[in-house]
Design a protein around this ligand. Structure first.
Ligand code: MF3
Ligand code: CO
Ligand code: CO
Length: 252
């Protein structure tokens, strides 16, 4: 679904609000706080300050505002007042905000306290994977170019790319077509067109790419128990490339 200027402006506002949630929560992320508390702070901020809607609440039965995915958790970790952050944890916070019907979906990694250098490296390279995926976006390129750029960078660093979960078209619908794979062959797949909006959200593992779904029906972990990282942006395809709708101040 291609966005016209009015629709793009709706997406810009939703994206800005989602980015703002991650900016706002940064100062709260430290050893001793629970992921349940982080979730509550973001939930109340979205509703009371942003006058917006936390899209994850009630989404396919999910009950929280954030996904908080720590260490070996790849994605969809459920915030919990009993899960207290400790020094050395690495955590992804993923949030989606709805404003005037438009969705903005973004996530970033946080290093909690003092972390090991191999974890910092994983987090940094995964962010580079996201940026390399974004750089492959332009009208006339193909979705496979995005996946290829991500996969090459991950594997060059001896990491693996999670295959079961992918980026997605986004707009009035949260998870729309097309699927945006984080691996693949250059020059293959759907042609990228000006006006498209989709997310890129690579999940990169230190060890093997295999995943397992926990009994709660949501939490996805690495099968080998080694750590995983993820970063996500919502982008709009303009005539020259990608406009990042969820860009944070720290990235400018
Ligand atoms: N925000 C996630 C994504 O990037 C989806 C979370 S769905 C939830 O697509 F229900 F787990 F919140
Ligand atoms: Co997403
Ligand atoms: Co997300």
């Amino acid at each position: 679904m291609l966005k016209n200027l009015e629709e793009l402006n709706g997406m810009r506002e939703a994206g800005r609000l989602a980015a703002e949630v991650l900016e706002m929560i940064s100062d709260h992320v430290r050893p001793g706080i629970s992921t349940g508390e982080l979730d509550k702070i973001c939930h109340d901020y979205i509703i009371e300050e942003q006058k917006a809607i936390p899209a994850n609440v009630g989404y396919r039965g999910f009950e929280k505002t954030l996904c908080t995915s720590i260490n070996q958790v790849i994605c969809h970790g459920i915030p919990d007042f009993n899960r207290i952050l400790k020094s050395g944890d690495i955590m992804n916070i993923d949030v989606t905000v709805i404003k005037d019907g438009w969705h903005g979906d973004t996530s970033k990694m946080f290093l909690v306290g003092k972390t090991q250098s191999h974890n910092e490296r994983l987090v940094k390279i995964t962010q580079e994977c996201l940026y390399k995926g974004i750089e492959a976006v332009r009208p006339g390129a193909r979705l496979g170019d995005i996946g290829h750029a991500i996969q090459v960078h991950a594997e060059k660093n001896h990491y693996s790319v999670v295959e079961e979960y992918c980026g997605h078209g986004i707009g009035k619908i949260y998870h729309d077509e097309p699927q945006v794979l984080h691996y693949g062959m250059a020059g293959t797949g759907l042609e990228i067109l000006e006006g498209m909006c989709f997310t890129i959200e690579p999940m990169i593992n230190l060890g093997s790419k295999s995943t397992k779904l926990l009994a709660d029906g949501w939490t996805v972990e690495t099968q080998d128990g080694r750590n995983s990282a993820q970063w996500e942006h919502t982008i709009y395809v303009n005539k020259d490339g990608a406009e990042i709708l969820t860009l944070r101040k720290e990235e400018r």
